[in-house]
Design a protein around this ligand. Structure first.
Ligand code: BF8
Length: 672
């Protein structure tokens, strides 16, 4: 009897089944020994709701939640499932799906707005901390926003004052969020045929905020009840993210903090150092982390750390804040999304500073078990636990705020417990790629375009290009999908562009080095990488930097020889381990920009086969791109390769792969 009432010990994760990464395995074991639960254990203890997974639970009014699970054997004949109001499974799945688009677009775009506001304060010279750093990028962005960079004086054309240009760029950019009339200015950066498709389909965003608001309205109880019309607004909103909020975030960040260029760094938990103050920045907006990088490098701060018994300050990052400061400063990422708790469990994290997005609330519970100071910094992202310190970051006192945080980490060094365990695993990486640096490496200096890249795609050395991006997801083995998909692609001569947590995962696996081409790539891609000296996987930054992939694809179109639109390119997109609403928004702006996009894990549309079919098949007729879902990573990559081959065939370059150099003897025979 006594035994029956004894509480069962919660089920714990098997570290090897949970992740392919040895550092992560080691830290999961340590967490379990210490009795600290992590996301890996919680994923064992709580199973996902199967109805939610299918996307057919409607909780948009209080008569529900109405749940319309798909019968095991599927549906034969008419689908009679309906909610209390009569909403069909298609309506419910489409509403839920575009609400995810709205959530993702809001996150990216509100991040972009914050950057635009800091940009304005820099342009107005209200802050010493932020300056206009990258003038060539300012001029390029001014052109894209229709801001004049020259003036006529006495019939003579002169360069316009840069402060004036910056101010107007800031004003025009900020206006994109809420202007009353017109359409987003960046839409015209897309290839003309794509712009025309958007016009025909009626999905050109008017302003960024409006498309998000309209999704919330249309998905309110009793408004839009046509899945095709709902997903149309999903496209409009996603385009406002990719070609609006995200693209503006990337551009303005580049102007303020510098456009990334290739640099060397490392990745994984092993970048932390036992004898240094370890300060980890986590989240997404680089406006604060840029200041922390600047302050942590100050000689007086390093001296202060030494005065407290540390050998120096080791700064590292988690999630996309990591990617931002990696790309521009070479600060190493300590891990991906799923490793955030583990960084604290090393016992060596003196402070973790978080801003917005992808931050586990459980960090506070983990920090409680160690000496780590957990610092929230953003007014819209606080935590309820009492051990969390909130230092609200204000761009007008940016350096002072950053100094306070760095000092807090240093002062906390002496409070470490005896048990510090930093896994020894880390890998070297070359990161910092972007539209501009790809042009430098794979362009023609003579033509100033993506000539070399296009030429190698046409001659078949490079079979195609894939964007592989996105999160980790505790419902699938950490990094397994990312790495298997990317390795299968490069083995088949597909050049990979990466962002987000996929970028960090690839770095941890050593795929972001030129040397990895010789180990993992097919002969064509290997030859190109070795000749040009680039990795076969190019890290383009954070998730807002997926906008760089849109522009790189546009550059490939513009360089010629590969069709007239993004949808003509031998290219495909992938998020093997996605989990966030941002990933759905990204996926949908890729699809709406003409890219065949495959997601791993699950897609929350499986419970509504007609809607699922619409986004996986029929959208191709509108935009040239469509969704697909494949959890098996090898099949996932093979689907992408099949699409790439289909496009090569349509372009008439499918035979190029078999092209052989003729010997002199053969040539003479021909001439004879
Ligand atoms: O924005 S890839 S887990 S960190 S959501 Fe989050 Fe996903 Fe990582 Fe960056 Ni993107």
């Amino acid at each position: 009897m006594a035994d029956e009432t004894k509480a069962k010990a919660p089920k714990l994760a098997d570290p090897v089944a949970a992740t392919i990464d040895p550092a992560t395995q080691q830290m999961i074991k340590r967490a379990q020994q210490l009795g600290v639960d992590t996301v890996f254990d919680r994923a064992e203890q709580m199973k996902p709701c199967n109805i939610g997974v299918q996307g057919i639970c409607c909780k948009n009014c209080s008569m529900g939640p109405c749940r319309l699970p798909l019968p095991k054997g599927g549906i034969e004949g008419e689908d009679k499932r309906k909610g209390l109001c009569g909403a069909s499974a298609n309506t419910i799945a489409a509403r839920n799906f575009i609400r995810m688009v709205a959530g993702g677009a809001a996150a990216h775009s509100d991040h972009g707005r914050s950057v635009a506001e800091v940009f304005m304060s820099a342009a107005r010279k209200e802050s010493d901390a932020y300056k206009i750093k990258d003038i060539p990028k300012l001029l390029a962005v001014a052109k894209a926003l229709g801001v004049d960079t020259t003036v006529e004086v006495d019939g003579e054309t002169r360069d316009r004052d840069m402060d004036e240009v910056a101010l107007e760029v800031g004003q025009v950019a900020l206006n994109e969020w809420g202007k009353a009339e017109g359409e987003l200015l960046y839409l015209k950066r897309a290839p003309q045929p794509l712009y025309e498709k958007w016009t025909k389909a009626g999905v050109k965003p008017r302003n960024i905020d409006r498309e998000i608001v309209e999704i919330m309205h249309r998905t309110h109880m009793g408004v839009d009840q046509d899945y095709k019309n709902l997903i149309k607004q999903g496209s409009r909103c996603a385009i406002a993210d990719g070609w609006g909020g995200s693209m503006l975030a990337t551009d303005l960040q580049d102007i303020l903090f510098g456009t990334p260029y290739p640099l060397q760094s490392e990745a994984n938990l092993g970048v932390m150092k036992a004898d240094h103050v370890n300060l980890i920045v986590h989240g997404h907006e680089p406006v604060l982390s840029e200041m922390i990088v600047a302050v942590a490098q100050k000689p007086e701060m390093v001296e202060y750390a030494k005065s407290k018994g540390a050998k120096g300050i080791q700064l590292s990052g988690i999630c996309c804040t990591a990617n931002e400061i990696l790309q521009r400063h070479g600060v190493p990422p300590a891990g991906t999304f799923l490793q955030q708790e583990l960084a604290i469990i090393t016992g060596a994290c003196d402070a973790m500073v978080v801003d917005i997005q992808c931050i586990f609330q459980n960090l506070a519970n983990v920090a409680k078990c160690f000496h780590t100071k957990l610092i929230t910094t953003h007014p819209i992202a606080k935590m309820e636990q009492e051990n969390v310190i909130h230092i609200e970051f204000d761009e007008h006192h940016a350096l002072e705020d950053a100094e306070r945080i760095v000092k807090m980490a240093i002062d906390n060094f002496a409070n470490r417990g005896a048990e510090v365990m930093i896994p020894p695993h880390k890998a070297t990486q070359i990161a910092g790629f972007g539209v501009e640096s790809i042009q430098y490496h794979l362009g023609g200096t003579f033509r100033g375009s993506y000539y070399t890249l296009n030429d190698n795609i046409i001659n078949g050395r490079i079979r195609g290009v894939a964007g592989v991006v996105g999160c980790n997801n505790a419902r699938t083995r950490h990094n397994e999908g990312h790495i298997a998909v990317v390795k299968e692609l490069i083995k088949n001569d597909v050049l990979v562009l990466t962002t987000g947590c996929n970028g960090i995962a690839c770095a941890m696996e050593g795929l972001l080095t030129p040397e990895s081409a010789g180990v993992y790539c097919g002969p064509g891609l290997k030859e190109v990488c070795e000749t040009v000296g680039i990795p076969p996987v190019l890290h383009l930054g954070s998730c807002v930097d997926n906008s760089r992939i849109l522009l790189a694809a546009t550059e490939v179109v513009n360089a010629g020889g590969l069709g007239k639109d993004i949808s003509d390119l031998p290219a495909a997109g992938s998020a093997p381990e996605w989990m966030s609403e941002k990933a759905i928004s990204i996926g949908h702006y890729f699809v709406s920009s003409g890219v065949y996009t495959v997601f791993g894990v699950t897609l929350p549309t499986s419970g509504a086969p007609v809607f699922h079919n619409h986004i996986c098949k029929e959208l191709e007729k509108l935009y040239g791109g469509m969704w697909d879902i494949e959890p098996d990573p090898i099949k996932h990559a093979q689907l992408m390769i099949a699409h790439i081959d289909k496009k090569r065939k349509e372009l008439g370059i499918d035979k190029a792969r078999e092209r052989q150099l003729m010997s002199m003897e053969d040539r003479q025979k021909l001439e004879a």
